[in-house]
Design a binder for this molecule. Sequence first.
Ligand code: HMH
Length: 220
Amino acid sequence: GTGNGITATWIDRHRAIYDRATRHPFIRSIKDGVVDLSAYKLWLAQDYIFVREFIPFVASVLLKACKQTGNESDVELVLGGISVLNDEISWFKMEASKWDVPLDSPPQKANLEYCRFLQSLTLPGVSYTIAITAFWAIEAVYQQSFSFCLESGSKTPNELIEACQRWGNVNFGQYCCLLQSVADRCLESAPAEVLFEAEAMFARVLENENNFWNMSLGGC
Ligand code: HMH
């Protein structure tokens, strides 16, 4: 975790599940160069389904930034995230054809549960503070996970370097830091019950991310 805002205190308080989400055995297997390629292919097909569901979620965050903050720099930050997703969808299609992975497989249980959770966060009754904080948490887990596979001394297979760079590159790291500082700013002025709700949501993101990695390893 970074910074010394509210989200950094959550990372400390939820350290065990945070580490299970960002240092998962699947991610470690990539970093150690021993990844089972069938697990990678399963992850790829399932993550495509997740990202399709992530689009309306991020669109809902954009709408809330426009309507609830009127803060132009917040709007532009989320808009930038949407333009990255446009690119990401193309990348998934190219990567899937490279590995001969069909992109029309059904979502598995852990993915269905995560997508349902995303849908609940997309509802108009969910505040901008909760939504932008969820957006940060979801992106940060991937950024932390894949940048770990690019640290010096990693044995990440050459054919997976590009995938790791999608979320592990320095720019995306900076993007996640900006999201985190926006989330912290919103949380600082939030009432206690929103803070409580936001921390519970954060823990659920981490649980869902951990279950998603387990699924990729064939866990469910
Ligand atoms: C499961 N979490 C999952 N998939 C993703 N693509 C991201 C986070 C980040 O975009």
